[in-house]
Write a protein that binds this ligand. Sequence first.
Ligand code: F6R
Ligand code: MG
Ligand code: MG
Length: 375
Amino acid sequence: MAIGEKITISVIKADIGGWPGHSRVHPQLIERAEEVLSRAREEGAIIDFYVAQAGDDLQLIMTHRRGVDSEDIHGLAWTAFEEATKIAKKLGLYGAGQDLLKDAFSGNVRGMGPGVAEMEITLRKSEPVVTFHMDKTEPGAFNLPIFRMFADPFNTAGLVIDPKMHAGFRFEVWDILKHKRVILNTPEELYDLLALIGAKSRYVIKRVFPKDGHPISSDEPVAVVSTEKLFEIAGEYVGKDDPVAIVRAQSGLPALGEVLEPFAFPHLVSGWMRGSHNGPIMPVPMHQANPTRFDGPPRVVALGWQISPEGKLVGPVDLFDDPAFDYARQKALEITEYIRRHGPFEPHRLPLEEMEYTTLPGVLKKLEERFEDID
Ligand code: F6R
Ligand code: MG
Ligand code: MG
């Protein structure tokens, strides 16, 4: 393994039990997952790993040589989740095994409950990477920050002043309802891109690629987001997706500070209590990623890594553990206070079409027969 060789970074996460309620991951689950991944590292199945937490989601961050969608790696993650679920059940944790929606592993964890963000990359001389971990929200919560990192010159100075970035980037956008995708070029198609991704419950940024002429090959992703939709898998509400993302930084990509800058603004995302409310996303260090107030507010953790020439994960650096993000946290609390006072009213509560996959239709159904025509 050396610079110029291919390596895969996989972030696979699942909510397999909360402590208490839907608040945080119990340390024993982290320990169990670490044991499973440690063994796999000793056996050479993976190069390196780190087990993190964001709210009630257990996060497996792994490097390996088996490419994306590897049956071995997905099977390993499934085993780690299953093993940790046994502990969750023993401790009586809340919703033990909740995101393991299928009884047996069948080759790929996509479509089985866990969320996945993976990228196969050619290691650069130095490879700075940030993994983002959100709780109490959906994949579309990444639309605004990823857009800002790679397409907004008011966020990313490099788009204006770095010749390597000046040509812009390509965005792969998924229509998660119709299971279709489109690639849009920025800055040329900036407005088309925004026309789609502003509707964040339907159109989500899946990947970002460089353009031809960039030091990184144009078929290699520089950012990737997990886009699993739990409700489509389960057929009924089982919580929000709580997405993850991987973003590469520096040397012709957004600088580390440009990758973090969008989170200085705690934008509104959907999720929060019962996956049914809009609220601000609060950037926090890992030890504060434990939703409390009204099961929230939604949180995002940013872990910084350097990938060594051997593919080792050098880190994590808990990037939002910094007073520079105190203002964003304070702002998120002000917005929380303001929006909470709407109680069950929109736009705090999500619009009806987004409530379709929650428990609300069960309540509305009971009233159906009492409705009579108005003359
Ligand atoms: C949000 C979330 C929680 C639960 C809420 C009710 O993603 O997971 O807000 O929806 O705590 O949970 P149950 O129905 O399990 O009591
Ligand atoms: Mg949960
Ligand atoms: Mg969660």
